[in-house]
Design a protein around this ligand. Structure first.
Ligand code: AMP
Length: 201
């Protein structure tokens, strides 16, 4: 199954991506995670993208799209994938459609995690991640950057919701509630049961 997970920062995409991909037995591919790993590893790619991540701006498409194309060409993504954080704009979605078409594939479904903005700001300001045994705040979760990331989301990424809806691919998922409840709603929208198998109804 080829699935895109859409939703603003703080909607729980990373958490749900891991769980849902595990059930579907496909890799969860997070562009944000790949960028962050490169920044902390101080790779050539990391040095190029650090300023964008720090500012909460989108990394230019020529870098991001090439990286995703390479990742989707890896053997583990042949039979399916769950993309978390890509595409993030209409041009990126067009590039994705073309890359998949070259491989004779297309998307099966786009899940949009829906959370109201007050809740997002509340979640993001309290969010911490575990790095080397320590709970730290992501640099781009600082309040000023959070506001900017939400604005970038509204301007560049939110239009994808209507775009994929018009293509008949979108399922909106209420992402307020316990993690398990949100996962259950997402699996239902994908038409699979808790073991990732096609559901009877
Ligand atoms: P995320 O972990 O998805 O919140 O992404 C963290 C940061 O990585 C974003 O604020 C962007 O700077 C960068 N990023 C992640 N995915 C993309 C993408 N599809 N296009 C451009 N930049 C991205």
């Amino acid at each position: 199954m080829r699935v895109v997970l859409l939703g603003p920062p703080g909607a729980g995409k990373g958490t749900q991506a891991q769980i849902i991909a595990g059930k579907l037995n496909v890799p969860a591919i997070s562009t944000g995670d790949i960028f962050r790993a490169n920044v902390s590893g101080k790779t050539e790619l990391g040095l190029k993208v650090k300023e964008y991540l720090d500012a909460g701006d989108l990394v230019p498409d020529e870098i991001t799209v090439a990286m995703v194309k390479d990742r989707l060409a890896e053997p583990d993504a042949k039979a399916g994938f769950l993309l978390d954080g890509f595409p993030r704009s209409i041009p990126q979605s067009e590039q994705l459609r073309e890359s998949l078409a070259e491989l004779g594939h297309s998307l099966d479904r786009v899940l949009e995690l829906v959370v109201d903005e007050d809740e997002l700001v509340r979640r993001l300001s309290g969010r911490r991640m575990l790095v080397d045994g320590e709970m730290i705040q992501r640099d781009d979760d600082k309040p000023e950057t959070v506001r900017h990331r939400l604005q970038v989301y509204r301007e560049q990424t939110e239009p994808l919701s209507g775009f994929y809806e018009a293509a008949g691919l979108l399922s909106r998922i209420d992402a307020i509630g316990e993690v398990e409840e949100v996962t259950a709603r997402a699996l239902k929208a994908l038409g699979v049961d808790d073991a990732g198998q096609p559901s009877a109804d």
